[in-house]
Each structure stands twice: as C-alpha cells, then as structure tokens.
Design a protein around this ligand. Structure first.
Ligand code: MN
Length: 210
C-alpha cells in the first residue's frame, strides 16, 4: 500500500498562520448574526464594522481515511458585543462522541462547554494549557483577553459539526461576560431552553453511526 507521507507544519503562535494548511475560512461580524444576546449592540457594531474578521481557521484535512486527525489553528480578535466577549459560533460534533484537543498558543481565552443535559464547564486557555473537550460536550471558544487568541486544535476527521444544537436552545446556558474589573465571569443565559429527552437521545444515538 501507499502509506501517507509524514509531514511537518509550522505554526506561527502570534497570528495562527499554519504553513501547509489545506483549507481556511474566516468569520466576519456580519456572519455571526444571532449568537450574541444584545441585539442592539450587535446591530450597531455591524453597521460600523460588519466586515471586520472576528475569527479565522486554518486547517489540514488529510485525505487517507476517516480514522485520521484534522488539525489546525484558530485565531480570534479581542472585542465585545455588549458585555459578551467575541466568541466562536460553537457546536457539538455531528458524531457527538468524538473528542477534541485545543492547545493555547497566544492570549487568554475560555473554552465554554455544555453537556446535552445542560451542565456547564469552563477551562481557561493560556499558552501553557492543553484543553481536552471530551465526547458529547458542546464547545465554543471565547476571547476574554485584550490580545489576539491563538490555539491549535485536533479532532477526528469523521467528527463533523452540528451548529443547530446551540441555536435550537437559544444559545448556551451560560454567557461569558466582562466582569467590569478587567476579567470575565459566567452569567446565566435567561433565554436558554433545556433539551428534551428525545433530543438528548438523538445526540447520544449519533455515537453509533460510525
Ligand atoms: Mn469541535
């Protein structure tokens, strides 16, 4: 057989540039309609700087088979919409039992995680922190610092992403907001709707799809 060729990829910790990446995408403010709770603050920011890039991803997607690992870098600007910090849209893996590893490279972030039943966990991300997102946890990264947040990530190539799981619940159960003292705090999201037993079972059922 033709074994896949080992390769090296160079990560620039300051801006997340991944030398050798095979795909890239970026999300601008206008693309993030609906994820922030303060609709007025969001509309005002979009009116003046809607084209501003909030986060960008560069990754390498191997082509040998589904048991491989996708890895890449994510870069996120510092900023806020109302009292919520800039954050990713967030997702659960379409095959929900697939885990993910994030490794801080630059800046100060929070990995916000929610189980299907609505338990919340947060892990602070710093350049010396590796965060393990276990199977079944919805995850979203948040830039709670004043600098760019850069992380690397690795997840199984067959994981996929389901973004609707957050939208259907009207957000995640906790918001990560400015604490008014140069830091962050967790605040309950009053809009959040708990998942039905049927919905939770449907998430669990994705684990046996492979
Ligand atoms: Mn993921």
């Amino acid at each position: 057989m033709n074994y896949p060729e080992p390769r090296a990829f160079k990560v620039a910790p300051d801006n997340g540039d991944l030398q050798g990446a095979s795909s890239t995408y970026e999300k601008r403010l206008v693309d993030l309609e609906g994820i922030y709770r303060d609709k007025e603050a969001f509309a005002a920011l979009v009116a003046t700087e809607g084209d501003r890039v909030v986060y960008a991803v560069q990754d390498y997607r191997p082509s040998f088979g589904e048991a491989e690992l996708i890895f890449g870098t994510t870069w996120m600007a510092p900023g806020r919409v109302g009292d919520e910090f800039f954050m990713t849209r967030g997702h659960i893996h379409a095959r929900a039992d697939r885990p993910e590893i994030y490794h801080g490279q630059h800046g100060h972030g929070v990995m916000l995680m929610e189980s299907p039943t609505g338990e919340i966990r947060t892990v602070e991300i710093r350049p010396d922190v590796v965060c393990y997102v276990p199977p079944f946890w919805i995850h979203r990264s948040v830039n709670v610092g004043h600098e760019d947040l850069v992380m690397t990530f690795t997840y199984p190539a067959d994981a996929g992403q389901d973004y609707a799981v957050i939208a259907e619940a009207h957000g995640m159960r906790s918001l990560i907001v400015d604490d008014g003292h140069n830091g962050w705090r967790e605040k309950a999201n009053p809009d959040w709707i708990s998942r039905s037993a049927e919905k939770i079972a449907a998430i669990h059922a994705t684990a046996s799809m492979a």
